[in-house]
Design a protein around this ligand. Sequence first.
Ligand code: DOR
Ligand code: ZN
Length: 352
Amino acid sequence: MKITENSITLIRPDDWHLHLRDGAALESVIADSARQFARAIVMPNLKPPVTNVELAAAYKAEIEAALAKTAYSGSFKPLMTLYLTDNTSAEEIKKAAESGFVYAVKLYPAGATTNSDAGVTDLLGKCRPALEALQQYGMPLLVHGEVTDPSIDLFDREAVFIDRVMIPLRKDFPELKVVFEHITTREGAQYVRDAEGPVAATITAHHLLYNRNAIFTGGIRPHYYCLPVLKREKHRLALLEAATSDSKRFFLGTDSAPHAKGLKEHACGCAGCYTALHAMELYATAFELAGALDKLEAFASLNGPAFYGLPHNEGQITLVRQPFAIPEALSYTGNESLVPLGAGETLNWQFQ
Ligand code: DOR
Ligand code: ZN
């Protein structure tokens, strides 16, 4: 890694948590991720969800066809995932492990977020065969770590998930590789830092840059609404500390999640922030504010591959200290537009 007054050069990074969608939406967003990252773990929460290896193969082919229409054909690799359901069999996990293109399985507690209706209702009651197979084949379980119990306050759902699900899961499956996705709390960061066994976490750029005030500054600001929702400042600081620490358990996952402008600016607005356009600029901004630019390469380019048991990428990328004005909107499906996070603001870094 090389840092000068005006540039940062680091090993080409990967995005370990990404929503690419399908159809026309996929075609409009794929180049943004492929420009900055070499690989991405692709979330399976399509409608209908990617619940088996056959669907994952078809989705991979669709992504590759969309990539072929961009300048990045061949230089970006989608790492596919399966969507865990109450009925996922050990046999399907075996097929996934042997496929060579499925890298992980995603747990969405039923009802926790966008397209999670088909998710898991009772992880330790219904998914033991799949969990045993995942543990056996060394395939990571990626966890959306929020309870869905409506009696639990929205802002406490991650912390309660640790006690109710994560700790019992790790007790029963101590060798299972688990990635606690998009952690948002001090409790989440502490749990991952201290837990025994193969545990890691992804952290988004938006949870490093913003606290929950961003959703309510001067009115309700739907483009800052995502799940798990932004938390208090003390949690943002804990995430920043984790991301810039020397722990290899924390790595980059944008959770970039495109939704049409009209569905974000809506009476019941969708959850998700679009950050694929300027992901590395956002992370560099957060790391620089923390005085820790020298930790960006481990977080963005080294810790993720190490956890997944993959080599890091060969090439490098450079960010230069030049103002980057985040566009107000990007073109999206049909007549819709897509509003990137921080639209209208200017960042100090620009991806070259
Ligand atoms: O904000 C979010 N958006 N959180 C998720 O967990 C899902 C994602 C989406 O698919 O839009
Ligand atoms: Zn996500």
